[in-house]
Design a protein around this ligand. Sequence first.
Ligand code: FE2
Ligand code: FE2
Length: 281
Amino acid sequence: MSKLSLENVVAKVDELPSLPQIVVRVMELTEDPESTAFDIQELLSQDQNMTAQVLRMANSIYYGYSRRIATVTDAIILIGFNAVRSIVLAASVSKILKRELKGYVMDHGELWVHSQCAAVFARLLAKKTKFRSIELAYTATLLHDIGKLILNSYMDEAYQEVINAVNEEKITFDQAENRILGFSHAEAGGKVAEKWNLPADLVEAISYHHDPSRAEINPRLTSIVHISDAVTLQMGMGLGIDGMLYPLSQETVDLLGIENSDLENLMAEIVDLFIDKDIFN
Ligand SMILES: [Fe+2]
Ligand SMILES: [Fe+2]
């Protein structure tokens, strides 16, 4: 087995597509208090595919509205700038996440389904815990396993060893990665998020989603990502081999000031939404 190092993996990050320019512009515009719905509509109109996908996702995620969201301007008025921003990000990231992940024994699209389910759950959890930015929680959770894409290209050689350790020693995938590779998909994901110039608390949440007690910048955000990931795996969404053993950190539940029964209620609330496969397109 060739020696892997986090530096090798970081070099691989350069081969990942960078965030499309249009996404970067949308992020800038939605943060600028001077910009209007019209500015965003105009920017998105340069990319018809993106516009169509944004409208489809807006209509399937925000299913509660009485009328259909037909234009980007409608979407901005009805669901807000920040929600539109996270959908634009989701739409572009979905392309990257939908690649096949052989190294993790995940079927085609499985990472995307897992990420999207977890992110939808994160949105509810953020609301329930009055987290300051529902969209930040959504985005961080959507991206939490992005490091699996990077490791996947290296996993072939080390794969069997990691799998054996998981199966024989009943340790988590994350623990096996750390011992055999010397780093985890979570750390690798943090490097990707850094390369994409995402905010520091988002980088932290991705890096520590399996080890939430290490978060310092925004422990609440990391807790939301960790819980959403664990709950989604418990619900059987996106079960790769790492889904079998995933301890939920009670500390994160306490930190958010909720009870385990609140999580069960949120699960019950979301189960119907998970059946609607439209949100995963
Ligand atoms: Fe993970
Ligand atoms: Fe995950």
